[in-house]
Design a protein around this ligand. Structure first.
Ligand SMILES: [Mn+2]
Length: 322
């Protein structure tokens, strides 16, 4: 978005009094950082702001300033504006969708590719690393002050969504912004340690099981790992402990598509997809009712592990052939 559209969008967004900012289910560093930063900016303008998420803030994000103000539910239905943060559609926010639906005005601040066109107010850019980077641009364009807390929130989102600057989504502009956020007081080394290197032991054991399960198709083009219902039960873990595993699975040479399948309950398989070499895994996710980005996306399939994997491989093959 250019400067003038960022100015128009901010004027439009800030014309109300009360806001509910919705994080997506299984919240990550980007939606949390972006929502907290926007919440703080709106409150500094005297607005009434509630940041909400269906799921609790994961332990490794509790270092974020004001993360303890995020609520998990609300009986309020009188917000002026319902804002989806880092989500393309209300279904991404789980049971918070109902609260968004009750708002007379809706907004979406996001960087995901989407077929949907949700939101009365749209602050959307798909060729940017993260929603947090987009919000940083929004703040710069409108001279919103960025103190060390806001800088930490925004940098957390950028670091998470770029895999600590490893992904091609980290542009030269991203690094300019990182430099400015550091000047404002954010500490990337601390953030990287907190979000990527503070796993509980049970999550490390789960990673071990996932890595042991890795297999490849005969031609080596598709690689997958899987976590079974028994793994979840025996290690006493839940799906939030699978965070980041797909990226470790994808850190090998050879495959064009990497998949992590987790049977979180019998007959429900959550899938994370990663691509190499220009293959668009968003198309695969969309075919199963999910979505995301060309290089990283996800979906949920109602089937057992073997059946889900078979369906996914067939869909990948179909796209590779086309
Ligand atoms: Mn994001």
């Amino acid at each position: 978005m250019n400067q003038s559209s960022l100015k128009d969008a901010w004027a439009e967004l800030t014309a109300y009094s009360s806001y509910v900012l919705a994080c997506h289910i299984k919240p990550d560093g980007d939606c949390l950082g972006a929502a907290l930063a926007l919440g703080r900016a709106l409150r500094s303008l005297g607005k009434d702001v509630t940041v909400i998420c269906q799921d609790p803030v994961p332990e490794n994000y509790r270092f974020l300033p004001e993360s303890d103000t995020i609520v998990q539910g609300s009986v309020r239905r009188d917000f002026d504006v319902g804002v989806l943060i880092d989500s393309d559609q209300p279904s991404r926010v789980g049971n918070v969708a109902e609260i968004i639906a009750s708002c007379a005005t809706t907004a979406r601040i996001d960087h995901h590719l989407t077929q949907e066109d949700f939101g009365d107010i749209k602050i959307v850019q798909t060729d940017i690393s993260s929603t947090s980077e987009l919000i940083t641009e929004l703040f710069y364009a409108n001279e919103v002050s960025i103190d060390s807390s806001v800088a930490c929130m925004l940098l957390t989102g950028i670091i998470f969504d770029t895999g600590a600057f490893k992904y091609s989504s980290a542009s030269s502009r991203t690094f300019e912004i990182v430099s400015q956020l550091m000047t404002a007081g954010a500490r990337p080394a601390n953030i990287i340690r907190s979000i990527f290197e503070s796993k509980p032991l049970r999550a490390a054991k789960l990673l071990g099981r996932a890595l042991s399960s890795m297999r490849a198709t005969e031609d080596g083009v598709i690689v997958w790992a899987q976590i079974t219902v028994a793994d979840f039960r025996e290690l006493g873990v839940d799906d939030s402990d699978t965070e980041g595993i797909v990226n470790t699975v994808a850190a090998i040479s050879g495959p064009r598509v990497v998949m992590l399948l987790r049977e979180t309950e019998p007959g429900t398989v959550r899938v994370s997809l990663r691509s190499r070499d220009q293959f668009d895994v968003n198309k695969i996710a969309v075919a199963f009712g999910g979505g995301g980005h060309a290089v990283a996306s996800g979906c949920t399939i109602q089937a057992g592990l073997d059946k889900a994997r078979e369906l996914l491989i067939a869909e990948v093959r179909r796209w590779m052939a086309s």
